[in-house]
Design a protein around this ligand. Structure first.
Ligand code: DC
Length: 226
């Protein structure tokens, strides 16, 4: 075990509840929780704000190198992220930012820069880290690895419901298309493609509710991890 406890990796496709599950698991052990997609989203946001083309390799790399990340632990265990001292918050969760994030995250060198920053945050353990390549690349020696998946149709359904409840007028086919496009990009990029680590516990969440997923994860962890 590391100084501060276990390092728990949760990877998987978008829209499988990784963040909600990760936060609940972290809270259970008094651990921190980091959603590493936020860092790729912050890079996407910066690239967009600086009018850099997401396909401009050197421009994206320079932006990644220049970003200074700091984190403040919140009551719900999550680590609130600041970029160059600024909290970007909900802006990072716009649909467009997610799509640019998936594009800039194909930049292998920028990935290496962000991976190093993730290692600094997680190396002492006592943390749940959620992303796409935590168990395969960032921390191949993580103490416990999970990989959450669900059919694209089920994930599109969930997103559709969320947006509807938020008072929007979503288009199911468009949501499904974007999910499939992102899956394809995340799984087929040359560097750190999305795939389960060999020693990951794979959980298909298609027919499970969030509590059932949380229970399935907790079942595989020691009762007292700290
Ligand atoms: O989990 P998310 O939707 O917030 O992630 C946004 C994008 O960032 C996603 O399309 C893929 C990328 N990402 C990644 O490549 N590696 C990670 N460890 C986390 C996210």
């Amino acid at each position: 075990m590391r100084t501060n406890g276990l390092l728990i990796a949760i990877d998987g496709t978008a829209g499988t509840g990784k963040s909600t599950v990760g936060k609940a698991v972290a809270a259970r052990f008094g651990y921190g929780f980091l959603s590493t997609g936020e860092m790729y989203r912050a890079l996407a946001y910066t690239v967009f704000a600086k009018k850099i083309n997401p396909e401009d390799h050197d421009g994206v790399l320079a932006a990644a190198r220049a970003m200074r990340f700091t984190f403040a632990r919140q009551e719900d265990a999550s680590l609130k992220m600041f970029v160059d001292g600024e909290y970007l918050g909900p802006k990072l969760h716009l649909e467009e930012v997610g799509n640019v994030a998936s594009r800039v995250s194909t930049n292998g060198e920028a990935r290496r820069v962000l991976t190093e920053k993730m290692r600094e945050v997680g190396q002492d353990g006592g943390i749940v880290m959620e992303g796409r390549d935590i168990g395969t690349v960032v921390f191949p020696d993580a103490d416990k690895k999970f990989y959450l998946d669900a059919s694209a149709e089920e994930r599109a359904n969930r997103r559709f419901k969320q947006l509807k409840e938020a008072g929007e007028n979503p288009n199911y086919d468009e949501i499904l298309r974007l999910i499939q496009e992102r899956d394809h990009r995340d799984k087929n990029r040359a560097t750190a493609p999305l795939k389960p680590a060999e020693d990951a516990v794979i959980i298909d969440t298609s027919s499970l509710n969030l509590q059932q997923v949380i229970d399935a994860v907790l079942e595989k962890l020691p009762q007292h991890a700290s």
